[in-house]
Design a protein around this ligand. Structure first.
Ligand SMILES: Cc1ncc(COP(=O)(O)O)c(C=O)c1O
Ligand SMILES: N[C@@H](CCOP(=O)(O)O)C(=O)O
Length: 511
């Protein structure tokens, strides 16, 4: 494989010239300071040019970072199978999952305090590519990719907010937080993984690897992210969607971004099966989370949570699960921080599933006895209507390693929780409603205590799922009480009628 000679990041490992003890983050911070849009524009450069110039004048010292694919969760002594990230491979020789393995000894040459300070120094800047919450952790994501190949919308750095009223009113909790991964370029956490995958595809195409385009099966969010990042890089994207099973807002995203959209008369699991077959025949690169590259980006949300708590570790993190890549990504992010000395423990993880699509929950309840895929039934949490998750083994590993729990939410529970959260000022997606239901159940049973610091991961923006909210607030859902519905009141356009309605409202509303 040929490596580019000039880039804004090392494509070739640098030799160690000084011991890490003598290193500071000053060089990294210095390389960001003059790289503001105003400065670069006045020099006639763009931020990518500026990053390249900075690299040439001030190349990072003592960095020897690399990563490769290895079979997931196998003993490296007995199984030495591995692949370069520049190879197109999704499965191990035995047909199992792959994982991206970083050279941990190279990363460990730097103390946890170095990484904490480096990551902190990059927040809130527009330096290419570190202005992204994902690429601000580049050394832990794709250490060898050139900044020239990165495709980024400065994703990540998402809001982690204190859910004060929801916590106090509904759960008697005072330390409840929501990590809003849906406040993002295409409105879901998928952007975190897609920037990594599409950047690597960009690199492969420049290396003349046989990649015509990138394809995915999707319940809506993966396809939105894939099509946006591909469009930004000028790479064709092909998306397989289960017909009539995703929201209009999600469907219009790949259409608007110029993807080749196939609406297929099957469910997500059927689409997933088809895209796997198609990508093994055609030069279409697979973008679902079966491809372990995606999880390298998604894991940065976990690192961000620690960073946002000033490197204090929360007690619990609750993640809604469907194809089950994300729960492992969170585990991996937390665990890397522990292994590399940024923190001394990891949180307990909870994976929350819709009861209508709950294969992981059933497996957990069986005492991890036997996994059985299910036929996923229709759920308002449509993005997790998945019965045969590709990352089941990753999820089980993450849950076992983190002393984790799996919970489920019925349709009524998840819609009520969504409405309750919205009534406290949120505007969450139904999947976040699934996670909040899990929290409510675990609070009720006392597993999660009133003072436990708990983070609920909100995976998509509520604006993608307005139809479910309209149905709920219009009391228009069969066999659902819609206890927290707040329908609009129709009133005649005259002063007296409006006053009557308002007086009635004021007399009923507690002061
Ligand atoms: C909004 C939303 N939440 C949660 C999930 C579940 O993530 P994962 O498939 O990684 O379990 C998905 C996709 O599956 C999603 O689109
Ligand atoms: N919710 C996902 C389902 C596919 O998950 P992936 O992480 O494997 O791509 C979607 O939005 O398509």
């Amino acid at each position: 494989m040929k490596k580019r000679a000039i880039s804004s990041f090392p494509t070739k490992p640098h030799t160690l010239k000084a011991t890490p003890r003598f290193l500071s983050i000053k060089a990294a911070a210095a390389s960001s300071s003059s790289n503001t849009p105003a400065n670069t524009a006045s020099k006639g450069n763009n931020i990518r040019d500026e990053a390249r110039r900075q690299y040439l004048t001030n190349p990072p010292q003592n960095q020897n970072f690399s990563a490769k694919y290895v079979p997931f969760n196998t003993d490296p002594v007995t199984n030495t199978e591995s692949y370069s990230l520049d190879e197109i491979v999704y499965r191990s020789q035995s047909g199992g999952l792959l994982d991206v393995q970083h050279d941990m000894s190279a990363l460990k040459a730097f103390p946890g305090s170095y990484w904490r300070a480096l990551f902190d120094s990059r927040v809130g800047k527009t330096t290419w590519p570190y202005g992204s919450g994902v690429w601000s952790k580049k050394e832990w994501v794709l250490p060898e990719i050139s900044g020239d190949d990165i495709v980024s919308a400065f994703e990540g750095n998402s809001n982690l907010f204190w859910a004060e009223r929801f916590g106090k009113q509904f759960l008697e909790m005072n330390d409840l937080w929501v990590k809003h991964c849906g406040i993002s370029h295409t409105g879901s956490f998928k952007d975190l993984g897609m920037t990594v995958l599409v950047s690597q595809v960009n690199r492969l195409r420049k290396m003349n690897r046989p990649v015509f385009g990138v394809g995915c099966a999707s319940t809506g969010d993966t396809s939105a992210a894939l099509s946006a990042y591909c469009a930004s890089a000028g790479i064709p994207s092909i998306v397989f969607l289960p017909a009539n099973k995703i929201s209009i807002a999600q469907l219009v995203q790949p259409i608007a971004n110029g993807a080749f959209v196939l609406s297929i008369d099957t469910d997500f699991d059927g689409c997933m099966q088809l895209i796997r077959e198609v990508t093994s025949e055609l030069p279409i690169y697979l973008a679902n989370s079966l491809n372990s590259l995606r999880l390298e980006g998604q894991k940065t949300a976990a690192i961000e949570i620690l960073q946002q708590f000033d490197w204090e570790v929360p007690d619990w993190v609750i993640v809604p699960g469907g194809n089950l890549g994300n729960i492992y990504a969170f585990y991996k992010g937390f665990n890397m921080c522990k292994e590399l000395g940024l923190v001394d423990k990891i949180p307990r993880l909870v994976c929350a599933q819709a009861a209508n699509a709950n294969p992981l929950y059933l497996y957990y309840k069986s005492g991890w006895d036997e996994f059985k895929a299910v036929k996923a039934n229709s759920t308002f949490a449509s993005a997790i209507q998945i019965g045969d998750p590709v990352s089941i083994d990753r999820a089980v590993y993450a849950l076992k390693q983190s002393n984790g729990i799996v919970e489920e939410a019925t349709e009524e529970e998840l819609m009520d929780a969504t409405a309750q959260a919205d009534s406290t000022g949120m505007f969450i997606c139904p999947h976040t409603g699934v996670a909040l239901t899990a929290l409510m159940k675990l609070r009720k049973s006392g597993v999660i205590g009133p003072t436990d610091r708990t983070v609920v991961v909100s995976t998509a923006h509520g604006l993608k799922f307005t139809q479910s909210k309209i149905d709920y607030h219009s009391n228009n859902i069969k066999e659902m009480a819609c206890r927290f519905a707040n329908p609009p009141v129709s009133v005649k356009a005259d002063f007296g009628s409006v006053m009557d309605v308002l007086k009635k409202y004021l007399s009923k509303t507690p002061k």
